[in-house]
Design a protein around this ligand. Structure first.
Ligand SMILES: Cc1cc2nc3c(=O)[nH]c(=O)nc-3n(C[C@H](O)[C@H](O)[C@H](O)COP(=O)(O)OP(=O)(O)OC[C@H]3O[C@@H](n4cnc5c(N)ncnc54)[C@H](O)[C@@H]3O)c2cc1C
Length: 384
């Protein structure tokens, strides 16, 4: 018989993170979210809790066993308290999935530092002229004695302003589309690198910014993975990050709906709690329903990945719909709070701004629907 329960180990880990998320993260979320400083002290706490090494090699401090479902549970649970910090295990999972194809030197230098929560590494794919159409990137890597010289501009990069290094995707001169694109590990203090902050409407502590490369020398040992195959390697890993990001948005929405559920029993108008009105309580019922449906879709995508079964379309579904479900749920929770929902003294407006980033980050809804519809049309079926 099919089971929707998590096993004991997962449940235990979830409970310990839930405790941390509600007691340690939630009380200072607004404060952290209003600052462009990356909260390294709390990041280190996540490292100590083992959150940053899920599925990463044991020799570098990780848990060893690949476990996408556990990573989903971790990010969903942490997002209840702080959606910005909750993105850290997903981002590290994505970066590390590339770094494990790097040289021993690069792995030893960066993997333990990230898993312990001491340092961050960015992933730099998007450029001013290429976002959704990522393989149209134009950053170039010209061969040079003992390595390459990188020139180009990356934009909209998470962790740009706090990272020690970035994984940079650049193409060999004369190549086009996905062919000829390689991945390079570039320390951000290398000569020729300029980082510029570009804060958005939310996610401030994540240090969003652009990175400019002006003939930056990258030694041979800093090639990550096979030369000319970098684009294909990274694309396969978006399938896991997309489902995990969906769960993360849902975690933030759950916190907002819980707050609205409590408020609806406390706030009175016309002599009775506002929750006695179906205009209020049905909003909670509807968003709880969407949340539940979206949540299990994400976990199914992660479970299929754990089983090494096809999950690309489900991952894309988990990336486009849950952020919309989350945004709508948070908006409803804000409305239930009346003027307080709009107040900067409450976390709701902050969550809305932070969650809205994921309508675009890691691929927009239109790009996800392109992936899903392509598979549907090729198979002549909507069953996955
Ligand atoms: C908060 C945040 C964090 C990010 N972090 C990173 C990061 O760490 N590293 C990184 O490399 N990038 C990052 N990005 C960039 C992100 O991946 C891109 O913004 C995204 O892929 C969209 O690209 P674009 O902004 O160039 O939009 P465009 O590709 O120009 O798209 C503009 C609009 O056109 C639509 N569109 C485009 N093509 C089609 C089509 N064929 N059919 C239908 N509609 C289409 C899009 O859906 C969108 O609505 C981040 C973005 C955000 C917002």
């Amino acid at each position: 018989m099919v089971s929707f329960a998590f096993d004991d180990e997962h449940e235990q880990f979830r409970k310990s993170l839930e405790d941390f998320s509600r007691k340690e993260l939630a009380p200072h979320y607004r404060e952290r979210a209003a600052s462009t400083e990356f909260p390294f002290a709390v990041f280190r706490q996540l490292g100590e809790l083992g959150v940053l090494g899920i599925g990463l090699p044991e020799e570098f401090g990780g848990s060893g066993e690949d476990d996408p479902v556990l990573l989903g549970l971790a990010t969903e649970t942490l997002a209840y308290g702080d959606v910005n910090l909750a993105s850290a295990p997903v981002q590290i999972g994505l970066i590390a999935s590339q770094l494990v194809h790097g040289t021993r030197e690069v792995q030893e230098r960066y993997l333990p530092a990230m898993i312990e929560g001491r340092e961050t590494v960015a992933i730099a794919l998007t450029e001013p002229g290429s976002g959704s159409d990522a393989s149209a990137l134009s950053t170039v890597a010209r061969p040079e004695n003992g390595g390459w010289l990188l020139s180009g501009e990356k934009t909209a990069i998470t962790w740009a302003c706090n990272a020690s290094a970035a994984l940079v995707y650049a193409r060999e001169p004369g190549s086009s589309r996905a062919r000829g694109v390689s991945c390079f590990l570039v320390p951000l203090n290398a000569p020729g690198v300029t980082v510029r902050p570009a804060p958005g409407m939310g996610c401030l502590p994540l240090g969003w910014g652009s990175i400019h490369f002006d003939s930056v020398f990258v030694p041979e040992e800093h090639l990550v993975g096979e030369q000319g195959r970098g684009f294909h390697t990274v694309m396969g890993h978006f399938d896991f990050s997309r489902a995990a990001l969906g769960l993360m948005c849902l975690g933030a929405a759950r916190a907002s709906l819980d707050e609205a559920a409590v408020y609806a029993t406390q706030r009175e108008t016309f002599g009775r709690p506002i929750g006695d009105n179906q205009g209020v309580s049905f909003q909670l019922a509807e968003h709880a329903t969407y949340l539940e449906a979206a949540r299990w879709m994400c976990y199914r995508a992660l479970w299929l990945r754990a089983e090494h079964r096809p999950h690309t379309s489900l991952a894309s579904m988990s990336k486009w719909w849950p952020p919309v479900v989350a945004k709508d749920a948070i908006e409803s929770a804000m409305k239930i709070h009346g003027n307080l929902g709009y107040s900067a003294e409450f976390p709701l407006q902050q969550r809305l701004r932070d969650v809205m980033a994921y309508l675009v980050a890691d691929g927009t809804a239109e790009i996800q629907k392109r992936i899903i519809s392509k598979e549907i049309l090729a198979r002549g079926s909507v069953s996955f």
